[in-house]
Ligand binder design. Structure first.
Ligand code: MF3
Ligand code: CO
Length: 257
């Protein structure tokens, strides 16, 4: 879908959608511990979003064009080498797993989209901790570049330079996106590229920035379920995402709890 320019009233609704999304992630994070299943986490997010008068945006998403089932859940729960779009399951989480949770909500027609990664049980291996800290900082750096007048590529390049400087890779083929009345609007927001790439950001735009880090290969494959995206060499991976508005005061994160 094409790029849309939002009014302050529309941004206000996106802020509401974003807060509901972020708050759902807070509740899910609090419930994560060894033995819990990602299906349990999905139920928590679903119930919270509904209780706020919002709609889980992932549930029923897509499928039409690719001949695969529509996305069946409220969250994506991606464990270890699964980098994004993991479908919640009945497999219990284990101590030390690197879990990424992605969530989206629609409030009065406007979307919020956000993701966090964490170590199950709180005990992260040194590598997991570096992927978590690196992913969070990559997102922070990307958000800082979401300024009117910058090209999309300024964000992409800053994320790529930082992530590669840590000795990690950003995965190919997946990235962020414009967001508003649809979850996915133009432009695409890659996690790699040159500062001269892409359109110039303008006031009133909103984008989801979502660095995806691999400790191994930057190449991915899609699982047999048609959704889960897995690092080709099965290395560990992390994913962080915020919905960000381009305002006259600079970048505003819409997905804060
Ligand atoms: N944050 C993800 C995205 O941008 C979530 C999509 S999951 C889906 O693209 F199931 F809805 F596709
Ligand atoms: Co997204």
């Amino acid at each position: 879908m094409a790029i849309t320019i939002k009014s302050n009233e529309q941004f206000a609704l996106m802020r509401r959608a974003g807060r509901i999304t972020a708050q759902a992630l807070v509740l899910v994070r609090e419930a994560v511990k060894p033995g819990v299943t990602t299906r349990d986490l999905d139920t928590i997010a679903y119930n919270y979003i509904k209780s706020q008068g919002a709609i889980p945006s992932f549930k029923g998403y897509g499928g039409q064009m690719r001949g695969i089932p529509r996305y069946p859940a409220t969250i994506c729960a991606s464990v270890n080498a699964v980098i994004v779009h993991g479908i919640p399951s009945d497999v219990p989480l284990q101590e030390g797993d690197l879990l990424s949770i992605d969530c989206g909500a629609i409030y009065r027609g406007y979307h919020g989209d956000a993701a966090i990664s964490l170590a199950v049980g709180g005990k992260a291996s040194p590598l997991v901790q570096r992927l978590l800290d690196g992913g969070e900082e990559a997102l922070h750096i990307g958000v800082g570049k979401a300024q009117a007048g910058n090209r999309i590529g300024v964000i992409s390049n800053a994320i790529q330079q930082y992530v590669e400087g840590l000795g990690f890779r950003v995965v190919h083929d997946y990235g962020g996106h414009g967001i508003g009345t649809a979850m996915h609007e133009d432009p695409h927001v890659p996690n790699e590229g040159y500062p001269t790439d892409g359109i110039v950001l303008r006031l009133g735009m909103a984008i989801a920035i979502e660095p995806m880090l691999s400790a191994g290969s930057p190449d991915v494959e899609v699982a047999a379920d048609g959704w889960a995206v897995i690092i080709k060499d099965r290395a560990l991976s992390s994913h962080f995402e915020h919905t960000v508005a381009i305002t006259e005061n600079g970048p505003e994160i819409m997905t804060l709890p």
